[in-house]
Design a protein around this ligand. Structure first.
Ligand code: MG
Length: 393
């Protein structure tokens, strides 16, 4: 049957994921990874036929896991390397004489319909094309974990599959490279024979399930599909607060009681750090300020611990379907010294916010004896909070 065929490469052993079962037969919810991948191609209007390349030992596994597809796909045994497996699949399609083929890794079940369509359109015009996503991280060259140089990321892409080719082009290429060359993808095989390849923009959700972390992410994407459709946006909020000193024997800063010759005056416990941070989170949410929600005139907040103000702001983020990414508080005072208490403050704030302490920063500075903080009349605090919440339309 001419037209477009998909070759699904499912002959690997998946040794990096451990265990006895090859990774393409591990389950995401009710179905194996391979089943999810097959369904993408079996239901696509531009795909006319499917060839699955499996390991010779995996026939029972394939029958058990992919029974719904056994009468809709052709099966071919793979070889010792990926390159050999693809070649076997290509040659087994000779009788079908496809116009073009999509070669795809079984372990990429999240390829989008749109990417498949775009690849087929290009390949049908006689040009090879592969799915790829742009490199977004900074790249470092560090052969022994010490950075030797930075790599310019502009123009760099992660090659994915599917990779689409006119059938005759990719068969000729695979027959002309040697097994010793062992190219890691079919684009490299085609390039080795002088063909030029077009990139089709794909996104990072089309990742290859390789590690246990990938597997957990993939399970979550299958079991909670609503999560996949939510586009998050980052928000930043700024907070500022001041409290003056009065007679007393301790201050409460960032949730920690610190012995001092004076205390901070306020309706609540006057925790200037937590107040600034609460305002920062409220600011990121555009939800007013701490006085809006906890008016100083309301007697119920007299002497209140400020933990609950911060918990309130945290819960507002959670109710909006968001999460707190990072907080950074700066305390401005001559005394008490903050350094000895910094670690316990970070621990306490990470407990209140229910985030890792690696996402909590506390800094301190004096104001060089200038102004009200310099004269030790009070303490000031600034805070920045970065959150993610579902994007508004
Ligand atoms: Mg305050």
């Amino acid at each position: 049957m001419p037209g477009t065929w998909a070759i699904i490469v499912a002959a690997g052993r998946g040794s990096r994921l451990g265990g006895e079962t090859p990774k393409q037969y591990l389950h995401l919810g009710k179905h194996s990874i391979l089943t999810h991948t097959l369904r993408k191609f079996a239901t696509h209007s531009k795909v006319d036929g499917i060839m699955v390349v499996i390991h010779p030992d995996d026939s029972p596994l394939f029958q058990d896991n992919c029974a719904a597809f056994t009468d809709r796909v052709l099966i071919q045994h793979g070889g010792d390397t990926r390159q050999e497996s693809v070649r076997n699949g290509l040659l087994a399609l000779q009788d079908q004489s496809p116009d073009c083929v999509l070669i795809h890794d079984a372990a990429r079940p999240f390829v989008s319909d749109e990417v498949i369509s775009n690849l087929v359109n290009v390949a049908n015009e006689g040009t090879a094309a592969i799915a790829a996503s742009p490199v977004v991280d900074s790249l470092k060259y560090a052969p022994d974990t010490t950075i030797e140089k930075n790599i310019e990321r502009a123009g760099l892409w992660h090659a994915q599959t599917p990779q689409a080719f006119p059938y005759s082009m990719i068969v000729e290429a695979h027959l002309s490279v040697t097994d010793q060359e062992n190219h890691t993808d079919d684009a490299a095989v085609a390039e080795a024979c002088g063909n030029s390849i077009t990139l089709i923009h794909s996104d990072r959700s089309n990742f290859k399930i390789t590690t246990n972390e990938d597997l957990e992410l993939a399970k979550n994407m299958i079991l909670n599909p609503q999560n996949n459709r939510i586009i998050m946006e980052s928000r930043t909020g700024l907070g500022y607060d001041v409290h003056c000193f009065e007679d007393g024997d301790h201050v409460t800063l960032c949730g920690v009681n610190i012995p001092h010759t004076r205390k901070l005056k306020g309706h609540s416990d006057a925790d200037v750090g937590l107040h600034a941070l609460t305002d920062a989170i409220l600011g990121a949410l555009c939800e007013g300020d701490i006085g809006t929600h906890f008016p100083p005139s309301d007697p119920q907040w007299k002497g209140a611990k400020s933990d609950q103000f911060l918990e309130f702001a945290r819960d507002l983020v959670i109710k909006r379907g968001g999460k707190i990414i990072h907080v950074d508080v700066t305390l401005v005072c001559e005394r008490p010294k903050i350094g000895p208490h910094r670690d316990s403050m970070v621990t306490r704030m990470s407990e209140i916010l229910d985030i890792s302490s690696s996402r909590v920063s506390i800094k301190a500075t004096t104001s060089e004896r200038l102004g009200f903080t310099g004269r030790e009349e009070g303490i000031a605090a600034q805070a920045v909070a970065t959150i993610q919440i579902p994007a508004e339309n």
